[in-house]
Design a protein around this ligand. Structure first.
Ligand code: ADP
Ligand code: ASP
Ligand code: MG
Length: 431
């Protein structure tokens, strides 16, 4: 039965990490094995910065960033392959040159299109290096271009999957010839072959797409943490690992902003009952977390998610009118048009409050549009706390000493919006 492994940026951030990845894979001889890989380290952020320089016409800064990207990847290749670096270095050079050409060619196109022709090169570079290294380390591998596998619409930067065509293209990927298939996360292409991306952090989703189409036995996402915790272990000093939780619960945590799994990952797996394992690439002996159909453990431990860089918009009709359904419909329609999503919605008689991620390029046009018809008050630099399965005492303890600007709650989820200045430093889950 096919296994799908996904490795994120941290697991391949430099030559030492790629060597460690080779050693890890050598311990998993079962085939077919599909390995989905993100860009190295923070390469996608670097490519976004490169895109900004290209679009701003800052030629010198663009050039510096491009050369840094080239140098960093070539230096990884040289460290890994030494005297044998030539052929891999040539492929890396060719990709960086192609990236440069595409930047120039598409600079006058709209940003989402230009983004998708360029930013996915991080994955093309990383898989080229990783695949060659696995081969060098004695493993039979085949590099596969995800643009020939994952077919999408042309909704650039958040492309939607054409499941039927993708399933047909992916069918041969799990051929039983003993070779590990190494492919890119994050990218796909339209049926006309135009490159698209699936949204930031979308490589988890890529792994789930392939697993769904291949009816894989399991997906494992390898992380720098042992598994899925009830809160980000880097922010909460007493977070505990959730060893078994359901797809439903995991979707809730991911949707509310637990960065460890992309929220779109769970659906394709749930539909085919494929378990998702979250495991440490640093410690193979550490017990992992498994996400599946079993809901028995979901309510045993309260889970917390912090989402930073939030903006709250308090929107009121100008004429002392009610915030009735037609007005709510109008406002939410403008939100959808701006490509934004509300992380919290709270309605009063004459007010609709929306808590949004702080994307300035999408937020500003929305606010301008709303201000033409409504009175809008804006609060910035906020942190949204979402708690699943909290009791009143826990909620009160977490809110103590913090000023809540907006709140929402139902039987299993409570949300509080605080100034980020009151949310700094290490958190402790009371109780
Ligand atoms: P990748 O390398 O696959 O992109 P990420 O960095 O996106 O991995 O995800 C791993 C990080 O997610 C961890 O380092 C951890 O700080 C963070 N994280 C946030 N919430 C959680 C959680 N509930 N459980 C585990 N890790 C979490
Ligand atoms: N490299 C892409 C990103 O950083 C996709 C991913 O890592 O999942 O968003
Ligand atoms: Mg990530």
């Amino acid at each position: 039965m096919t296994q799908v492994f996904k490795f994120g940026g941290a697991s391949i951030q430099d030559a030492a990490a790629i060597r460690r990845l080779g050693k890890l894979l050598a311990r998993f001889p079962a085939r077919p094995l599909i390995v989905v890989v993100s860009a190295m380290g923070k390469t996608t952020n670097a490519l976004e910065a490169l895109l900004a320089e290209a679009r701003n016409g800052k030629t010198a800064d663009y050039h510096d960033r491009l050369e840094t990207l080239r140098r960093d990847h070539l230096s990884t290749v040289e460290t890994l392959f030494g005297a044998k670096a030539g052929p891999v270095a040539e492929r890396v050079e060719a990709l960086v040159n192609e990236l440069d050409q595409l930047h120039r060619q598409h600079a006058s196109r709209d940003r989402p299109f230009h983004y998708d022709q360029t930013v996915g090169f991080g994955e093309l570079l990383s898989t080229t290096i990783v695949s060659a290294w696995l081969h060098e380390a004695g493993m039979a591998t085949a590099w596969r271009d995800a643009r020939e596998l994952v077919v999408t619409d042309d909704c650039h930067q958040a492309a939607n999957i054409d499941w039927e065509t993708t399933a047909k293209r992916v069918r041969g990927l799990a051929a039983d010839d003993g070779r590990i298939r190494v492919t890119q996360g994050f990218i796909g292409s339209t049926s006309e072959g135009v490159m698209t991306t699936l949204g930031r952090e979308g490589s988890d989703f890529s792994a789930a797409i392939l697993a769904h189409c291949l009816e894989a036995e399991e997906v494992t996402i390898w992380k720098d943490v042992p598994g899925l915790f009830n809160a980000d272990p880097r922010r909460f000093d007493n977070a505990v690992q959730l060893e078994r939780i359901s797809y439903d619960e995991a979707v809730e945590l991911a949707w509310h902003g637990a960065k460890v799994i992309h929220p779109k990952t769970l659906g394709p797996l749930q539909q085919k009952s494929i378990p998702l394992t979250v495991r440490s690439f640093e410690d193979l002996e550490a017990p992992p977390s498994t996400i599946g159909r079993d809901t028995r453990f979901d309510t045993q431990t309260p889970s917390l998610v912090l989402r930073d860089e939030q903006t709250l918009l308090e929107i009121r009709p100008r004429d002392f009118a009610f915030m009735d359904e037609p007005r709510q419909h109008d406002i939410l329609g403008r939100l959808v048009e701006a490509g934004l999503h509300a992380n919290l919605i709270d309605a009063g008689a004459m007010r609709l409050s929306l808590c949004l991620d702080g994307h300035p390029e999408r937020l500003e046009p929305l606010i301008t549009s709303l201000c033409t018809d409504y009175a809008v008050v804006r609060h910035e630099d906020l942190t949204l706390l979402t708690i699943r399965h909290a009791d009143d005492a826990l909620l009160a303890a977490l809110s103590s000493g913090r000023d809540s600007l907006a709140e929402r709650g139902n039987a299993d989820t409570a949300q509080r919006l605080f100034p980020s200045t009151q949310c700094q430093g290490t958190w402790h889950i009371p109780g």
